[in-house]
Design a protein around this ligand. Structure first.
Ligand code: DUC
Ligand code: ZN
Ligand code: ZN
Length: 481
């Protein structure tokens, strides 16, 4: 008689806390036992000598998100999740983006339609709040938070998305009252606009000037202002895609003062620099994203922050625009000014291998930190823990068996996104996922997809533990009801 659906045998199991040898027993999609010499199973997977880690959770990626006219994201919920799964990610949290003049609930309905029948791994949604009307703040957000959409992103820049400080404070107050987490894109919009005008006037419009139009100070100021507003409202926030040494310094300063400031960074800020935007011809457009990649000093500051706990999550910010495509980076031609180049780089599949190779194998972070940044903390920050983000009895069997010493040279051909380039072309890595299980089902085995479209399930997020209100230290601000 079989005791388990599947047993992964002889695993070297890594969690955010421990590294231990065990068999992993799985029944009904859930881990039901961890121990030595587990009993018979319908399926045995031998993981001898391999690191077996929680499936990655990518809490910042953009799939099938409508863009400005004529520009499309290359990945939808099928190609995006297939790519994610091949890279060891088993849960994604992309965005349901509010369109100006329309509601947030309408966005949620729209994105559920976009996803229907497609994902091969589990998914939740963050909201993007771009138009915080009275109805959105009073009715829609509280209702949606109760229904499992417990985090929302707000922008300090981008014309159709940005909020002013008064609006940001109003959104933060709702988050505080309802127990939601606000993710902040922190860049000073007016400074970017002024710098951009100067470069345009001087005819300096090549892709590299994108980086110069958004210098460290632009991110530093936005970061400080976001921290200040969070402090005034007394609510935690998470600063997304932190790139520069000066922003890291602000976050470290705030954390040192006891503020609940959380931070995310991404692979592009570890292994790319602004010099990549100087590539010949229009090639630099491949690396145009916001904030832009920085320099070696900022890379080091970000690595230090990953190792020391300044950062809590490591996401891809996967924003896949095809390069040689009139609906992608070349929407306005192969010599378009940097202001016309869609912002974003693809990276949903390469996120974990880059961090494992450059971080763990290079000795910059340990394996527990890798797990914490890529799975456990994302689950905790967004209310998915302990169902997701760990290997423990009772957790979903979202598990990656790594071939941790495999030599890999990244080429776009080996990736499964629908993009025609990767910014990491030619990069040599050590380690790649060998077998990926989502709720106990093998979805990828030795580079072969075994999942069916629609196999991934929508998961509701609880209110994250990190945002539960604590006693105020200053007078309660009046909150409109
Ligand atoms: N910047 C963002 O804020 N989002 C998507 C991609 C990018 O470069
Ligand atoms: Zn952003
Ligand atoms: Zn983004």
């Amino acid at each position: 008689m079989t005791e388990f659906d599947t047993v992964i045998r002889n695993a070297v199991v890594g969690t955010a806390a421990d590294l231990f040898s065990a068999d992993i027993g799985i029944t009904g999609g859930v881990v039901t036992a961890l121990g030595r010499n587990l009993g018979p199973a319908r399926r045995d997977i031998d993981a001898a000598g391999r690191w077996v880690l929680p499936g990655g959770i990518d809490t910042h990626c953009h799939l099938d998100q409508p863009m400005r006219t004529g520009v499309t994201l290359a990945d939808d919920f099928l190609s995006g999740t297939i790519s994610a799964a091949h890279g060891g990610t088993t849960t994604i949290v992309p965005f349901a983006a509010q369109v100006h003049g329309s509601g947030v609930r309408a966005a949620v309905d729209d994105y559920h339609r976009r996803a229907a029948g497609k994902p091969v791994i589990d998914y939740a949604f963050h909201l993007i709040v771009s138009d915080p009307t009275e109805a959105v703040l009073r009715d829609e957000l509280p209702g949606l938070i109760r229904e499992g959409y417990t985090s929302f992103k707000i922008y300090m820049t981008y014309e159709m998305l940005k909020l002013n400080d008064r609006q940001i404070i109003a959104v933060l107050a709702v988050a505080r009252r309802e127990g939601a987490l606000v993710m902040v894109h922190a860049e000073n919009s007016d400074c970017i606009a002024w710098l951009t005008e100067q470069f345009e006037a001087a005819g300096q419009t090549a892709p590299y000037y994108h980086a110069l139009s958004r210098p460290l100070a632009v991110e530093r100021e936005g970061t400080h202002r976001a921290i200040t507003m969070a402090e005034i409202v007394d609510v935690p926030i998470l600063l997304v895609h932190v790139s520069g040494a000066e922003a890291v310094e602000q976050i470290r300063w705030a954390q040192g003062r006891g503020l609940r400031i959380y931070a995310e960074t991404c692979p592009q800020y570890l292994v790319l620099t602004a010099d990549d935007l100087k590539a010949p011809g229009f090639e630099g457009a491949k690396f145009v994203c916001s904030p832009p990649p920085r320099d070696a000093q900022s890379q080091q500051a970000v690595w230090n922050g990953l190792a020391s706990g300044v950062f809590h999550t490591f996401s891809s910010d996967h924003s896949p625009f095809r390069f040689d495509d009139p609906a992608g980076k070349k929407r306005f031609g192969a010599d378009a000014p940097f202001t016309k180049i869609p912002n974003g780089v693809p990276g949903i599949e390469t996120r974990l291998p880059i961090l494992l190779s450059e971080g763990v194998h290079q000795g910059r972070i340990d394996l527990a930190t890798f797990v914490r940044l890529t799975a456990t903390n994302p689950a905790k920050m967004y209310g998915l823990y302990p169902r997701k983000g760990t290997i423990a009895v009772g957790s979903d069997a979202d598990v990656v068996i790594w071939d941790q010493d495999r030599d890999v040279t990244i080429t776009n051909d080996m990736l499964h996104h629908n993009c025609d380039y990767t910014p990491y072309e030619g990069m040599r890595l050590r380690g790649w996922p060998a077998v990926v299980l989502s709720r106990g089902e093998v979805v990828v085995e030795e580079d072969k997809l075994l999942a069916e479209p629609g196999q991934g399930q929508f998961v509701r997020c609880d209110r994250p533990a990190v945002v539960r209100p604590r006693a105020r230290t200053t007078a309660e601000p009046p909150v409109k009801r």
